[in-house]
Design a protein around this ligand. Sequence first.
Ligand SMILES: Cc1cc2nc3c(=O)[nH]c(=O)nc-3n(C[C@H](O)[C@H](O)[C@H](O)COP(=O)(O)OP(=O)(O)OC[C@H]3O[C@@H](n4cnc5c(N)ncnc54)[C@H](O)[C@@H]3O)c2cc1C
Ligand SMILES: *[C@@H]1O[C@H](CO)[C@@H](O)[C@H](O)[C@H]1NC(C)=O
Ligand SMILES: *[C@@H]1O[C@H](CO)[C@@H](O)[C@H](O)[C@H]1NC(C)=O
Ligand SMILES: *[C@@H]1O[C@H](CO)[C@@H](O)[C@H](O)[C@H]1NC(C)=O
Ligand SMILES: *[C@@H]1O[C@H](CO)[C@@H](O)[C@H](O)[C@H]1NC(C)=O
Length: 493
Amino acid sequence: MTMRWLRSTLVAAAAWSMAAAQDAEFTETPSEYAIGTLARAPGCSLADFCRLARNDLSGQTEIYYPDSPEFEEATTRWSNVGAPIANITVVPAVESDVTKLVRIANNCNIPFLAYNGRHGALTTLGQMTWGIAIDLRSLSGVTISSDGKTATVLGGTNSKVLIDALWSAGKQAVTGTCECVSYMGPGLGGGHGWLQGHHGLIADQWVSAKIVTADGQLRTINSNSDLWWAVKGAGHNFGIVTSVTIKIFPIVKTNWAITTLMYTGDKVQALYQAANDHLLKNGTQPFYIIQEGVTAVDTTYTAPFIALGPISVSNNTGTYKDVSSWVGISLDGPPCQKTGAANPRFPLYLEQYNPSAMATLYNAFKDGTNSSSPFATSLFMFEGYSMQGVKAINAASTAYAFRENNLLTAPLVQYTPGSAALDAQAKAFGNQLRNILHAGSGRSQKHTYVNYAYGDETKQETYGHESWRSSKLLQLKDKYDPQRVFNFYAPAA
Ligand SMILES: Cc1cc2nc3c(=O)[nH]c(=O)nc-3n(C[C@H](O)[C@H](O)[C@H](O)COP(=O)(O)OP(=O)(O)OC[C@H]3O[C@@H](n4cnc5c(N)ncnc54)[C@H](O)[C@@H]3O)c2cc1C
Ligand SMILES: *[C@@H]1O[C@H](CO)[C@@H](O)[C@H](O)[C@H]1NC(C)=O
Ligand SMILES: *[C@@H]1O[C@H](CO)[C@@H](O)[C@H](O)[C@H]1NC(C)=O
Ligand SMILES: *[C@@H]1O[C@H](CO)[C@@H](O)[C@H](O)[C@H]1NC(C)=O
Ligand SMILES: *[C@@H]1O[C@H](CO)[C@@H](O)[C@H](O)[C@H]1NC(C)=O
């Protein structure tokens, strides 16, 4: 069995042209932009947009054009299939400039998209065939409240910045596991992380948020707003979040430990049976191969896996801040590098492993990623985060719809972008692998994670199969985004 296949099993984890006259419309009066009545202009050129922006935006806000190093750096993405195209990058220096940018772009009828960690890989992003990248990098920062119970995180803060700021104050919060991804990107889709077993998903931690909606208003929302439900799982669809106030917790246990095991392919079936029997327990056991609060993983947990006869076993010990590097997703890790590769994933949530389907899957993966295949460097992720904190939260309270699942699986079909035919081949291969797992699940419907989605999933597969969820999303989209300007990342309705 290859390492790329296996690495992921370890994430069985702890508790991841317009006339000048238009200028007059850019006032601060929100009533002109009342919901549902936003009249979209016939359009204006990018040059007009830039002139309007320069007049209106603060002096610190930067605007970059193609062929400049800054533009190239700001638009380079982690995955290069179905990627968005931007003609101008604007880096707002202050929250009020995000508001102005949304108003100007809407009045100009120019598409725009928030750019954050640029790890978003959904092929629906490719429906942005031109427009404005609103790069949130300057809106980075963390402020801990005086009572130490919450922190306010600016919309462009990356996970590592948040983790380090909290750690130095003796605090932690549920964040994504990968250091280079933004804090908001994962959270807007629910958000998985090492500490979710204690406290729930990333979005479950939110106390209030400031969001610029499609009408160009900056709204402060909390559980009293109808938008609150929507931002926690379908958030990419409803605006640009400029900051969010989140629950934080004292660090109780600083020690973490990991055991890494490697097996040959003949052990697949037995391995995943053991994972069902000893690790998953339907998400109810506080049970780790990465374990919190110890300097070595308890042998009770590792013994069934060592008994299977791995070809190697290695252990590591350290703090919470080391866990990302153990699984290869720290800032200097391969997944944090933007190499030009296409990295589509084909996610499927599952309740448990079907060992015989895993054996079929292993063979299909092995054949499809052999050394003569364009997909030879692909990997397969099997993530078994702790679920208690996630299941403790009322499923109806968030747009995130899939709390009953215990496992997040996804092939990551990696290749050097070439022809449309190669893209189609990768899509077929990814779906072939996903369908093996789906067939083995015995379920009629697929459950997928929006933040890993390929982009060919149905709205129900992404946002839940209950009809009330679809109706609610439609009603909220009609209310807050009638023109569907926030529709590039997994459109919800
Ligand atoms: C190496 C790697 C590790 C990952 N680890 C995890 C993990 O541990 N847990 C997990 O849940 N997911 C994880 N993911 C998936 C991750 O949630 C998505 O890739 C997510 O889109 C990344 O956000 P980003 O800001 O980096 O990307 P971007 O491409 O910059 O953003 C993605 C989309 O989010 C929206 N967006 C971003 N910021 C804002 C904002 N402030 N306001 C409104 N909309 C915004 C925009 O629509 C944008 O297109 C991982 C992905 C990778 C590649
Ligand atoms: C936007 O950029 C794309 C890609 O560089 C280019 O093909 C397109 O013509 C540009 N659109 C405008 C309006 O300049
Ligand atoms: C797992 O738990 C859910 C309820 O949380 C239950 O409906 C399901 O049958 C359980 N599955 C197994 C395999 O025990
Ligand atoms: C790794 O840790 C496990 C569990 O603590 C232990 O059983 C095993 O002997 C250790 N292996 C090595 C190579 O240190
Ligand atoms: C290797 O992969 C290629 C492309 O996926 C496939 O056509 C070929 O049959 C594979 N070869 C073997 C020996 O599996």
